[in-house]
Design a protein around this ligand. Structure first.
Ligand SMILES: Cc1cc2nc3c(=O)[nH]c(=O)nc-3n(C[C@H](O)[C@H](O)[C@H](O)COP(=O)(O)OP(=O)(O)OC[C@H]3O[C@@H](n4cnc5c(N)ncnc54)[C@H](O)[C@@H]3O)c2cc1C
Length: 278
């Protein structure tokens, strides 16, 4: 079995700031981490490899600094890691990103046929959750999103069964391999790397592929291949507190006034009415 993980290096969102002049993320001096959803995807890939045998490959598209996330993947047990880096990849929207990743997965598939691709549900910076489904569509793989458990893989019949999160519960679905999964955080608790594994990973050379190595068409890469662009970016206005009523003086009046305020908000009244109906 060949499992491929897509890991994006992201700024630690707790520290993200927006440059008010350029409307872009301020990345200077901000620590980067492997996208937490992708670390869960890697954990699941490693568990599947332990259960069914095979290999785990990891790809990351990004600047040379993204190597750090790939070294982390190596220290956790990935067999092969590839950095996808090229000036032509810069400015990619999700369409161009999914194109680049799918070209790389195609190349990996020529080395060893790919059975399962695992992506995070979303990246904590871009947050679109479009890349995984985009890659699956481009490759023609079966697509399972919001995965919270992998029940089994039938290696003979090339089938997989997963549980995916839906509103008010989960859904059990199965389908043919090759498949692409986008995973939720609760799928698996990531392991920690041992110190010798971390040291070993620091010494390993990291493979790098550019646009020509993955056989990509330059006009579909980066800014050229991106039909969308960010026109402006802004923070939502800070929420201000509502009125307060002192229940100490007159409880009944405070309750009445509170209800007046709540029912003056139409959406609250509708939600309450729906709850009563249910
Ligand atoms: C016009 C435009 C220009 C942009 N320019 C830039 C730019 O110059 N520099 C920049 O950094 N971003 C840029 N972006 C953002 C970039 O398009 C997104 O970061 C990228 O497409 C992934 O989308 P997302 O972050 O919403 O990931 P999601 O779709 O939420 O990610 C889901 C999953 O896909 C996988 N994945 C996503 N991205 C990668 C990756 N790079 N490598 C491996 N796996 C991945 C991961 O498994 C991840 O969990 C630009 C976006 C637009 C619209």
């Amino acid at each position: 079995m060949h499992f491929v993980c897509c890991i994006k290096q992201v700024p630690d969102t707790a520290e993200v700031k927006i440059d008010p002049d350029t409307n872009t993320l301020v990345r200077a001096g901000v620590e980067s981490i492997a996208n937490p959803y992708d670390v869960v995807a890697l954990e699941q890939a490693l568990r599947l490899k332990e259960q069914y045998g095979g290999r785990v490959s990891v790809i990351s598209m990004g600047p040379p600094q993204a190597e750090a996330s790939l070294r982390e993947a190596l220290s956790l047990g990935a067999d092969k890691v590839i950095l996808l880096s090229d000036r032509l990849f810069a400015g990619a929207d999700t369409l161009a990103t999914s194109y680049t990743l799918s070209c790389a997965i195609n190349k990996l598939s020529h080395e060893h046929p790919v059975d399962v691709v695992l992506c995070g549900k979303q990246a904590i910076d871009g947050d679109t959750a479009q890349t995984g489904p985009g890659v699956a569509t481009r490759l023609g793989y079966t697509q399972f999103t919001y995965v919270v458990a992998v029940d089994w893989i039938n290696t003979e019949e090339k089938q997989i069964q997963v549980r995916r999160k839906v509103e008010k519960g989960s859904e059990v679905i199965r389908g043919p391999l090759p498949a692409l999964l986008t995973v939720e955080l609760e799928l698996a608790k990531p392991r920690r790397a041992s110190l010798p594994a971390i040291v070993h990973a620091l010494r390993e050379p990291i493979g790098a592929w550019d646009g020509s190595a993955i056989g990509a068409s330059p006009k579909e890469l980066g800014l050229k291949g991106s039909p969308t662009w960010v026109r402006s970016i802004s923070s939502p206005p800070a929420k201000i507190g509502g009125p307060t009523f002192d229940a100490g003086e007159d409880l009944a009046e405070a309750v009445a006034k509170t209800l007046d305020v709540l029912f003056s908000d139409k959406s609250f009244a509708i939600k309450l009415a729906k709850r009563w109906e249910a």
